[in-house]
Ligand binder design. Structure first.
Ligand code: AMP
Length: 601
């Protein structure tokens, strides 16, 4: 496919914010794509030259791109910046210059694959002279493109190609392109959950057909979308779901790590599928020494831990390890322990379909018993509500977050909930039984004292996974400390956009919108019905809202926007509020304090 054809589709995608139209346009694009270019096209429409988990960034700042544009169209950098200021988008500035450029090549025949290759080359330059190489390669590329293509290509390295296309939209469009309906979506989604790589799945689909997609196995080096936990209001409810006997483990309040091990070494992936290997050299070394397997994929929760006192450190300490600089220094100061809780792959075999009890046995057999970095999460096999409460109280008294209950015969469901895992978290009197992971949608600029922070309040939403859109659920004006306001300001300045993003559905408008990217964990007292918010809005126009919301923590480093709480989960939480006889909220729990027995009984 010629790149100019692809950029014609970019134009159309940019012109709509309706999901069904996006799917329709994308499916037409896919219909025109050959099997050997579909993967590249899938990455390019998301503004990438690799799947999201690969740390391949084109890495060009505005200044560098401006120099490349100037060089391509015989202008000065200052001229480019001037037009950019006027038009508000570097791509549009480049398009205008390209249009007016006399010796513009008219024979636009670069293919999508050729442009992909050039962008990939730019991403991979390293060492001496990198800046010059990136600038000259980009400027040469721009010279060979038509003005519309120029616009879109410029937006790719800058990360400003905002077409609002999420994974589910691509999967629907792939199905539609080959099958005239969306019926292949669940199969494609299953393969995507196992590999987190849309391009990879699309290529199998186009080259080998849907049966081959069905047989996709997990692969060392491609992060598996993590299995998720459900909430239930009481221990009795949990027992009904989990069977006569079930496993219970402490819920550690750290961050999830997926460890991939093979001959080439160890790679680590975060909850949101980012490759975080470089950030945790202590875990990498620990895994090499303490995990006895040729190849393996295991999961655990990393938490700062004091081995001398066996004390778990609070999340605020653990999270200091998620940094870009002074990594080695912090690794010494605040060593992490990873509490391993699942094994997905061992010595060449995908074992996600084996029952949990077998996976756990295999996990125990490969983790060294007296290692200092990788430890097996404590597990008890329980049968009654009383036992759950006792173990829960023990976990809370040790400073942990609560319990995870797991069905013994369940498979590992990549990217899925479904009552194989049930979480119980501690909560204070009068609070919702769980926190809500919200997506930052927009910012109200500050008034009075708040002007200093640049932020006076936030508009946040939850995710409607059925429609792949973000819907508003609350405004947050108090409930943040001064430092938190400052941090929100810092984050939101970087993701500010000029208009409501395509995937946001909200009736109320903040002072400015942001790209739906950042997840904030929020505690509220209650979920109420509200005519203002669009979360779960029914025919009567009433949606859900959070009452007295306050920020618990920023989760921008471990959850993607699509991992936020869903509308369906909000509905469940709302309904659980009314089963008061079962909802254990009549006490105050705090770290180190044993909770009264009524909690789950
Ligand atoms: P939540 O993010 O509140 O939905 O809780 C699920 C998260 O708890 C998982 O993604 C893990 O990061 C974390 N977690 C802590 N301990 C465990 C455990 N024993 N088993 C599974 N997940 C755990």
């Amino acid at each position: 496919m010629n790149f100019s054809t692809l950029s014609g589709y970019y134009e159309k995608l940019e012109g709509t914010s309706k999901r069904l139209e996006l799917i329709d346009i994308l499916s037409k694009l896919f219909k025109q794509a050959r099997a050997d270019e579909i993967a590249e096209i899938c990455y390019l429409i998301q503004g990438r030259v690799a799947p999201f988990f690969e740390p391949i960034e084109i890495g060009m700042a505005e200044n560098m791109v401006a120099v490349a544009i100037a060089r391509a169209f015989n202008k000065k950098k200052a001229d480019v910046i001037k037009i950019y200021r006027k038009l508000g988008n570097m791509g549009k500035a480049a398009q205008e210059l390209s249009r007016n450029h006399k010796s513009q090549i008219t024979n636009h025949k670069l293919t999508a694959s050729e442009v992909f290759e050039e962008l990939l080359k730019i991403a991979k330059f390293s060492g001496e002279g990198t800046v010059e190489k990136k600038v000259s390669t980009l400027s040469e590329l721009l010279k060979k493109l038509d003005p519309i293509s120029v616009k879109h290509v410029v937006n790719i390295p800058l990360g400003t190609l905002r077409l609002g296309i999420g994974g589910p939209t691509v999967l629907d469009a792939l199905s539609l392109s080959k099958n005239h309906d969306k019926s292949f979506r669940p199969i494609l989604e299953d393969a995507y959950n196992k590999t987190s790589d849309l391009g990879f799945v699309a290529e199998i689909f186009f080259k080998k057909g849907i049966e081959a997609v069905k047989n996709t196995k997990i692969i060392v080096g491609k992060p598996v979308r993590p299995a998720l936990a459900e909430r239930l209001p009481s221990a009795e409810e949990a027992i009904k779901r989990l069977g006569r006997e079930f496993a219970a483990e402490p819920k550690f309040d750290g961050f999830r790590v997926q460890v991939h091990l093979d001959r080439s070494g160890v790679q680590l992936f975060s909850r949101n599928l980012e490759n975080t290997t470089h950030a945790f050299p202590d875990i990498v070394e620990g895994v090499k020494k303490e995990v006895k397997a040729k190849t393996a994929i295991l999961e655990g929760e990393a938490i700062a831990y004091n081995p001398v006192t066996s004390e778990f450190l609070p999340f605020q300490e653990t999270t200091k390890r998620r940094r870009k600089y002074k990594i080695e220094e912090m690794a010494k100061k605040l060593p992490l322990v990873i509490f391993a809780f699942d094994l997905l792959y061992i010595n060449g075999k995908d074992i996600t379909l084996k029952p949990y009890r077998e996976r756990r046995k295999l996990l125990e057999s490969i983790v060294s018993k007296n290692g200092g970095v990788v430890k097996i999460a404590e597990e008890k096999i329980l049968k009654s509500a009383k036992e759950i409460t006792e173990f829960f109280n023990k976990a809370i008294s040790e400073g942990l977050e609560g319990l995870m209950l797991k069905k013994l015969d369940s498979p590992y469901v990549a990217g899925g909930r479904g009552f194989h895992w049930v979480k119980f978290k501690r909560s204070q009197a009068g609070e919702l039984a769980d926190t809500v992971d919200c997506v930052l949608l927009g910012v109200y600029t500050g008034k009075g004292k708040r002007t200093e922070f640049g932020v006076g309040g936030l508009l946040v939403g939850v995710y409607n996974d059925k429609k792949d859109e973000f819907v508003s659920i609350t405004r947050l004006g108090t409930g943040l400390t001064d430092d938190e306001f400052r941090k929100v300001n810092e984050i939101s300045k970087k993701i500010k956009v000029n208009q409501k993003p395509a995937r946001v559905n909200s009736d109320i408008s903040p002072s400015y919108w942001v790209e739906p990217k950042v997840v904030l964990e929020i505690q509220a007292d209650e979920i109420t019905r509200s005519p203002i918010h669009t979360a779960g809005r029914d025919k009567d126009g009433s949606g859900y809202a959070l009452r007295f919301p306050r920020l618990v923590k920023f989760r921008e480093k471990d959850k993607r926007a699509e991992d936020a709480t869903t509308v369906d989960e909000i509905k469940k939480l709302y309904n659980q509020q009314f089963s008061h006889h079962k909802t254990p909220t009549s006490h105050k729990a705090s770290r180190g304090k044993v909770i009264d027995k009524e909690r789950f009984l």
